[in-house]
Ligand binder design. Structure first.
Ligand code: NAP
Length: 309
């Protein structure tokens, strides 16, 4: 059975694409992955998604999107796509040893948190190092932690942590944050927060769990040990595009290159959300991208059908 469209990925981009394709009666298959729901599953209150003036919990928002996609006839597989072949028509997508085929493909695989790549990080990941405060903050009740980064994520991680820990030290490599002003204000006015401006973490130290970090003051070049119980890394993201490497044009960081809004280097393969968008990265922009990719895929499938007719 060759499907009209397969969507890979289940964040706001993937579910929105599914809703549009399903309502266009394309019976989409959405390969949601084991970590279905994407990054919003790891957040708490989402206050900037229009339509929810009181805010909505990230997992609840994703649950609603999934229900809406299913309601219109989307088939959802909650396992990972493991291989694709975009060189043949129809396109081939494997989920382990199961093969699925489609005339059009929408990639909405999103991005994952970037790591620092320093000594001690790999060894202590999950043992005092985290990239998700909403998931792990309760484990640090009354403890002292650091947050690395100066963007919106670092601010949100910090605010979440202050509900549980006794002290948060933000380590930021410059002398100003890039985060939204409203988040900066909330963070900087919180008495539990202090900031190490113009500092980097050189090493994470600990035997079986984090015991502290080696910090470097970039203004004086001084390095010193700083005691902490946890390290929350919030330095941005990298795209989940390994599956398509060598088959789609990408930039040097692995973001899929787009032309004409949602089209990739392979005709019939469309992209939405953070797999290509390193600039806006919002749930609402990803949803908008999902809509665009779906409209382009619907048009592509319609044209294919009318050529065959
Ligand atoms: P980001 O905006 O790219 O910020 C990353 C931060 O980490 C920057 O402050 C950067 O420093 C720092 N950094 C990067 N690499 C580093 C390294 N190797 N060592 C030390 N520091 C490093 O990433 P983000 O905060 O994850 O946000 C990503 C996007 O999602 C943004 O567009 C943001 O607006 C959006 N977002 C929005 C919300 C919201 O609206 N509520 C929440 C979360 C994220 P520099 O400043 O020096 O570059």
């Amino acid at each position: 059975m060759v499907r009209d469209v397969i969507i890979i990925g289940s964040g706001p981009a993937g579910y929105t694409a599914a809703i549009y394709c399903a309502r266009a009666l394309l019976n989409p298959l959405l390969i949601a992955g084991y970590s279905y729901g994407g990054q919003l599953m790891l957040t708490t209150l989402v206050e900037n998604f229009p339509g929810f003036p009181e805010g909505i919990l990230g997992p609840e928002l994703m649950q609603k999107m999934e229900e809406q996609a299913e309601k219109f006839g989307t088939e959802i597989i909650k396992r990972d796509a493991t291989k694709v072949d975009l060189t043949t028509r129809p396109f081939k997508v494997w989920v382990e040893d199961e093969l699925y085929e489609a005339n059009a493909l929408i990639i909405a695989t999103g991005a994952k948190p970037r790591l620092l790549g320093i000594k001690g990080e790999k060894e202590l990941l999950g043992r005092g190092i985290s990239t998700c405060a909403p998931c792990d903050a309760p484990f640090y009740k009354n403890k002292e932690v650091i947050v690395v980064g100066g963007g919106d994520s670092a601010m949100e991680e910090t605010l979440e942590l202050t509900k549980h820990v006794s002290k948060v030290t933000i380590v930021h490599r410059r002398d100003q944050f890039r985060a939204q002003k409203i988040l900066q204000e909330r963070v900087l006015s919180n008495p539990k927060v202090n900031v190490k401006w113009s500092h980097v973490v050189e090493e994470i130290v600990g035997k079986n769990k984090v015991e502290g970090v080696i910090l470097k003051d970039l203004k004086t070049n001084e390095t010193y040990f700083y005691k902490c119980d946890g390290v929350f890394i919030a330095i941005g993201y990298e795209p989940n595009t390994e599956l398509f490497r060598g088959q789609l044009e990408m930039d040097e960081k692995g973001y899929i290159k787009v032309k004409d809004y949602t089209k990739t280097s392979v005709d019939g393969v469309f992209v939405a959300g953070e797999a290509f968008d390193y600039r806006y990265r919002q749930a609402i922009t990803a949803a908008g991208d999902g809509c665009r990719a779906a409209l382009d895929a619907i048009k592509y499938v319609d044209e294919l059908k009318s050529k065959k007719a």
